[in-house]
Ligand binder design. Structure first.
Ligand code: PML
Ligand code: MG
Length: 255
């Protein structure tokens, strides 16, 4: 894969019209593909959109484009799973992990006030840990992290070695968190799914790795959350450009 031309393939699906016309977000997906695998890659994303617990989409967009920038290879974050018995316990742990990662306590409380904005947004929101303000201007669209992947065989070896399930969801979330945390301005990420049947979420940071928390919301809840806590951002545009455009390939045990 290293010397081949790669394509970024992206999918978004919505119900009751397209996202920009106020439709409900159903599913999104990203991957990197060789030209030869494009047909299969498009199918993988279509499958993801068509069989979704958030509902049956009536709008689907899949697009691909060649990547001209050099690809950066990155090791996945270390993973730990924290078992909790309730949402309260899970959310209290998430706050402690954010603090340990370097987000001031006062700013964590302020960020939690944005959670409702978060669940209206299909992408991530960017939060400045100094001003305590949301700093992206993408409203309900949020920031969509893109151009990243992890080869299935390498991921599966990693999963065996780390006693993890070979779950696509875990793979995609860990790829995203690794890319986000690889940027020097990211202090931490807080995330849980908008899928009603999935209640495990995580706090990720360079300092603590990918800390899974088994209960961050109640089953049936379709409100998700993805916040990036950023520090000392000199240039918001170049940070957003990194998230959206820098191609990253995860590779475990590269050496
Ligand atoms: C999502 O489904 O959109 C996010 C899932 C986050 C948690 C994945 C995991 O179990 O580690
Ligand atoms: Mg989802």
């Amino acid at each position: 894969m290293k010397d081949e031309e790669l394509y970024s393939v992206r999918m978004r699906a919505a119900k009751d019209r397209a996202h920009e016309q106020g439709g409900k977000h159903i599913s999104g997906g990203e991957l990197l593909s060789t030209f030869q695998d494009l047909k299969q890659s498009v199918n993988v994303l279509m499958e993801k959109a068509l069989n979704h617990s958030r509902g049956k989409p009536d709008f689907l967009q899949i697009q691909f484009e060649v990547i001209n920038e050099p690809i950066k290879f990155v090791e996945p974050l270390q993973v730990e799973t924290n078992k909790v018995n309730s949402v309260e316990e899970g959310q209290a742990l998430a706050r402690r992990l954010l603090e340990k990662s370097g987000v001031p306590k006062r700013m964590i409380e302020k960020a939690y006030k944005l959670i409702s904005e978060c669940s209206d947004s299909r992408g991530a929101i960017l939060y400045d840990i100094h001003s305590g303000e949301r700093i992206d201007d993408r409203s309900e669209k949020g920031i969509r992290v893109s151009r990243m992947d992890w080869s299935t065989p390498n991921f599966e070896q990693w999963a065996i070695e780390n006693s993890m399930q070979k779950s696509n969801r875990v793979k995609e979330a860990l790829v995203l968190a690794t890319k986000v945390c690889d940027h020097p301005s990211t202090i931490a990420e807080l995330c849980w799914s908008d899928d009603p049947d999935y209640i495990t979420g995580y706090v990720a940071s360079k300092k603590l790795g990918y800390q899974r928390i088994t209960k961050l919301k109640e089953p049936g809840d379709e409100r998700g959350c993805r916040i990036f806590f950023v520090n000392g951002l000199q240039d918001l545009m170049s940070y957003i450009d990194y998230l959206e455009k820098q191609p990253i390939f995860i590779q475990w045990n590269k050496k």
